[in-house]
Design a protein around this ligand. Structure first.
Ligand code: SF4
Length: 462
């Protein structure tokens, strides 16, 4: 059985490469390694070989899915798309592992998706009505079929991608590769999920986060704009336009709170800086008498550093994290599941014993593990534990690519802050204000989706 921590999870990372050198597969592998935090259930790479598309994909981490032999089989190509997946829609079966490679009358396409399509049932019905059958149950399978469907009449990958993307509603970043040597990146018109473009003398790559560009030795050229379709061929951008429209605009602010790597820069703002500023803001909004500050690894660490800086309290390492356990991990027995937090996090007693400690964490979603974290600190000898959360109370559901279930499962939806404090056995509990969070993220080029906090899923365009 999988045990998932009390955190939101993304629906994945996408990657694409159009190169002047024949090493697209190995470059994509490196990119996916850098994006592994966005999904650990499966991984895949597709490459072009002449007029054909070859691929390899499977369940597991990137390093488990690909070995020397599979990489050799994919080597020699100039174009590739790749994916790491966390399944929230469509089960975690092999058929749903991406890239989805679709065959149609005149060719093949490979498609990767990060996001969630809110009108998927309607699109599924439309395609089923014209005789399209589906091998998988994922949103990406429907998108791939929709592109193939349009290609029958348009006979052009680029036009088919635009036609299909124009029918999609919800959050989506896509990388698509046809047999014609084009690699296409698409970002939904609301801009919910991040997608950037990297450039080097080798060519062009597309990735969910800039950390993948750095790892591959590419420089950030720019972010893909909301609603934009960018086409790369032979290592150059050959076309870009903004054909997709929506009434609202807003990047998911949780990218800064939790999802993205701190060394990434999204839409002009460093994720590290945003988290650090959240901590500073928390220290001003919710000060407390304490001896030191620590963070819950990983995404609570930068906020803890900011809190320490602003409050003047020393920053200490409160926990050691076992880095060899992924965000989703398997425990066969109830006893092992109960001990799961302990296996992942172990308090550093030397830093905690006898201390009044401030602990920064990024969010409380269902409230299933926060109490266990505080319990660990108390058992390690902490005198007082003051919990500080760098996002406001999470009270609404999300349809845009995270695995939040029904609102009734969100602890802040039906408990007061003091009831949650009591549930967690914390001495004090305080959340950053919504205004404070948005302020900490100033510098981002886009407005934000704040739906899970205030029910507003983006801001209306003028
Ligand atoms: S509702 Fe929350 S988690 Fe979902 S996209 Fe908006 S900010 Fe992100």
């Amino acid at each position: 059985m999988f045990l998932r921590s009390d955190k939101l999870h993304e629906e994945c990372a996408v990657f694409g490469a159009s190169l002047k050198t024949p090493d697209a597969a190995s470059l994509t592998y490196n990119g996916l390694i850098a994006l592994q935090h966005r999904g650990q259930e499966s991984a895949g790479i597709a490459v072009t070989e002449g007029n054909n598309i070859l691929y390899h994909k499977n369940e597991g981490l990137v390093s488990e899915v690909f070995d020397k032999k599979t990489m050799e089989r994919l080597s020699g190509s100039y174009n590739a798309v790749g994916h790491t997946r966390y399944s929230t829609k469509g089960s975690a079966t092999h058929a749903n592992v991406q890239p989805i490679v679709k065959e149609y009358l005149t060719g093949r396409i490979a498609v990767c998706l990060n996001g969630n399509i809110t009108n998927i049932d309607k699109l599924h019905e439309k395609l089923a009505a014209v005789g399209v059958s589906f091998a998988a149950s994922s949103h990406c399978d429907v998108i791939a079929a929709l592109i193939a469907y349009h290609n029958v009449t348009l006979n052009c990958t680029e036009k088919s991608v635009v036609a299909a993307a124009s029918e999609l509603e919800g959050a989506f970043c896509l990388t698509v590769m046809g047999c014609d040597g084009k690699v296409i990146a698409v970002r939904d018109p609301n801009g919910y999920r991040p997608l950037c473009i990297g450039k080097s003398e080798k060519g062009i790559i597309f990735a969910s986060e800039t950390s993948a560009l750095d790892t591959c030795g590419f420089e950030l050229l720019r972010d893909v704009k909301p609603g934009e379709v960018v086409v790369a061929q032979n290592g150059e951008i050959v076309n870009s336009s903004v054909p997709l429209e929506s009434e609202t605009l807003g990047l998911c602010i949780f990218e800064y709170v939790y999802f993205a790597r701190p060394d990434s820069v999204i839409d002009g703002l460093s994720v590290f800086k945003a988290r650090y500023e959240m901590g500073r803001r928390l220290a001003r909004e919710c000060p407390t008498d304490a001896d030191c500050v620590c963070g819950v690894p990983d995404s609570g660490l930068e906020a803890a550093m900011g809190y320490a800086f602003e409050s003047g309290l020393p920053y200490v390492s409160g926990f050691n994290k076992n880095r060899y356990i992924g965000r989703s991990f398997i425990f066969p027995t109830q006893a092992e599941r109960a001990n799961a937090v302990r296996m992942k996090l172990n308090p550093v007693a030397f830093n905690v014993e006898g201390k009044r400690i401030v602990v920064c964490d990024d969010s409380i979603v269902r409230g299933t593990t926060g109490g266990k974290t505080i319990d660990l600190l108390r058992k390690a000898g902490a005198k007082e534990v003051h919990l500080r959360i760098s996002s406001p109370p999470f009270i609404h559901s999300c349809s845009y690519g995270t695995d939040v279930g029904d609102e009734s499962t969100l602890v802040a939806n039906h408990k007061t802050i003091d009831e949650i404090r009591e549930l967690f056995n914390a001495d004090t509990l305080a959340y950053i204000s919504l205004e404070g969070l948005v302020d900490a993220c100033s510098g981002c080029n886009l407005p934000f989706c704040l739906g899970c906090f205030n029910g507003e899923y983006g801001v209306k365009k003028n």
